[in-house]
Design a protein around this ligand. Structure first.
Ligand code: ARG
Length: 268
């Protein structure tokens, strides 16, 4: 059974602008956000996941995006060093929760920005890491050393797809869903080199954050608005669960951003 960390959206809102999706003029509807988040919680529970909740904190409206808490592998947890001061206050809350939960917390040097599972996803035994808008490439080597795994770094080039999990989603059969235009040429090459079965998403579906999906074995929880991807995944034998995520898209997030795996991988 997979364990997941979520954070209720009690203090969620668009209170600053740190990515191109966010506009204070276009606030999130609190009641709708609550309903959409409860929908995510309900489907993940139905998929037999054990869901843990970290208490939300006032004045930390993006704490709902638990994928950015850090990266958990086995019993080890590497907390994020957030690039933006607006989110930096989340880190101690997540770290102390993880510590209480029995994880061994290993901090990166604070010279390196790293935004956790949002920028670090395993495909097979390789940890793919995105960099530039949020995480620094230098953090990747430190993470590789801490975990003792192979890391492949890929540069992100489109500010709308500023975290790896907005444009790349590994699947358990060895394939991955991705939006190639979000990566520079070398990043595309590196991903193609290591993942032979790639499912390209159309730009209009990528804009609905269709890569931002939570994969639980053969079940995939994906934001609404990507019929072509859903058809492709269904054709491969996956069950897709499509959820409205409009209020979280206003912050530049969706299903996967709202979810952290505890852990993402057992020991390397
Ligand atoms: N507003 C948040 C930010 O800009 C959204 C984070 C989305 N998280 C993710 N893993 N892509 O940091």
């Amino acid at each position: 059974m997979r364990e997941l960390l979520l954070c209720p959206p009690d203090y969620y809102g668009i209170e600053y602008e740190i990515n191109p999706w966010m506009s204070r003029a276009r606030g999130a509807e609190a009641a709708v956000a609550q309903k959409q988040w409860r929908g995510l919680h309900a489907i993940l529970s139905k998929l037999n996941c054990k869901i843990e909740l970290v208490p939300p904190q006032p004045k930390l409206p993006d704490m709902v995006f638990t994928a950015n808490a850090g990266l958990a592998v086995g019993k080890q947890f590497i907390p994020s060093n957030f690039r933006h001061k607006e989110r930096a206050g989340e880190a101690p809350h997540f770290a102390s929760w993880m510590e209480k939960r029995g994880f061994q917390v290993s901090w990166l040097s604070n010279d390196y920005y790293f935004e956790g599972e949002g920028d670090a996803l395993f495909a097979g035994d390789i940890l793919f890491c995105g960099y530039k808008f949020r995480s620094d490439i230098k953090s990747h080597r430190a993470v590789a050393e801490m975990l003792g795994c192979l890391v492949v770094s890929a540069e992100l080039v489109d500010p709308r797809f500023y975290h790896l999990d907005t444009c790349f989603c590994p699947l358990p059969d060895g394939a991955a869903v991705w939006f190639p235009a979000a990566f520079d040429e070398y990043g595309q090459h590196a991903i193609r080199e290591h993942v032979s079965d790639l499912i390209d998403v159309a730009p209009e579906e990528a804009m609905h954050f269709c890569c931002n999906a939570v994969v639980i074995e053969r079940d995939i929880v994906v934001p609404e608005g990507a019929p072509k991807l859903v058809a492709a995944l269904t054709g491969r034998g996956y069950r897709c669960h499509q959820l409205p995520m409009t209020e979280f898209l206003k912050a530049g997030g969706a299903c996967k951003c709202l979810t952290l795996f505890l852990p993402q991988r057992e020991k390397i």
